[in-house]
Design a protein around this ligand. Structure first.
Ligand SMILES: C[S@@+](CC[C@H](N)C(=O)[O-])C[C@H]1O[C@@H](n2cnc3c(N)ncnc32)[C@H](O)[C@@H]1O
Length: 223
């Protein structure tokens, strides 16, 4: 059983404010997600690790009619997402792991934002990426946002991240958070991430976005 980074209590309730503070450009990235995935004919989106539904929010605001399935193992995050989208019939939310979702149902696009860096590169990352690719039609676009880089790149980009944070944050809290990112999360190099994606059944990914340690990747399910 792989380790699951459950977001509970204060981490769940204060989540949205936390990401906006700590990921410069996060809202810009989210705002453009529907455009990035817009070329798919079927608008059947799988949002893996949807949390409170920040990605989903952008898709329900477009004029295109997306059918959206969000899945996340944290009941507290899903509860927030359910409240947020209770009026949307085109949004289905599930508590659980992707491996529990029926493999027969295929989606035409998927996202995996800020999830993979919580998983070790001991088979867990590959398993999750395979679980995504097995649920996509051939050629389906897949967007990821993840902390990426080898140790020295992460170290240097953490110094940059410190300079990009909003004013007025507590210095001790900044040090703790940056230390945690450096020592407790499981970032892999760009090269390794590309290998994992290809082994899981995706095309070589394109890095199209970067904000310090956070990189945005676009790939497709092999045809
Ligand atoms: C940092 S949050 C990202 C939430 C959302 N994607 C966003 O950008 O706002 C990470 C989420 O990954 C979920 N998670 C943890 N382990 C997971 C797994 N094995 N599969 C899918 N989601 C997972 C957590 O419950 C949490 O909601």
């Amino acid at each position: 059983m792989s380790k699951i980074e459950l977001f509970e209590n204060e981490r769940a309730s204060g989540y949205n404010q936390f990401v906006e503070t700590w990921i410069p450009g996060y809202n810009f990235f989210l705002d453009h997600l529907p455009n990035l995935l817009s070329e798919t004919e079927q608008k059947d989106l799988l949002v893996v690790g949807c949390g409170t539904g920040n990605e989903i929010e952008r898709f329900v605001q477009t004029t295109e009619h997306w059918k959206i399935t969000g899945i996340d193992p944290s009941p507290q995050m899903i509860t927030q997402a359910k409240e947020r989208f209770q009026d949307f019939e085109n949004v289905e939310l599930m508590t659980g792991l992707l491996c529990d979702l029926d493999k027969e149902k295929k989606f035409s696009a998927a996202t995996l934002l800020l999830v993979l860096h919580f998983m070790e590169d001991n088979g867990d990352k590959l398993r999750l990426l395979k679980d995504v690719s097995e649920r996509l039609v051939s050629g389906a676009p897949f967007v990821m946002l993840d902390i990426t880089g080898d140790k020295s790149q992460i170290k240097q980009n953490l110094n940059v991240l410190r300079l990009l944070l909003p004013d007025g944050l507590d210095e001790e809290q900044i040090d703790n958070s940056l230390n945690r990112i450096e020592n407790e999360l499981y970032a892999v190099s760009e090269q390794r991430l590309s290998e994992l994606l290809q082994e899981a059944g995706f095309e070589p990914p394109l890095r199209f976005f970067q904000s310090a340690i956070y990189m945005g990747w676009l790939t497709r399910r092999n045809g």
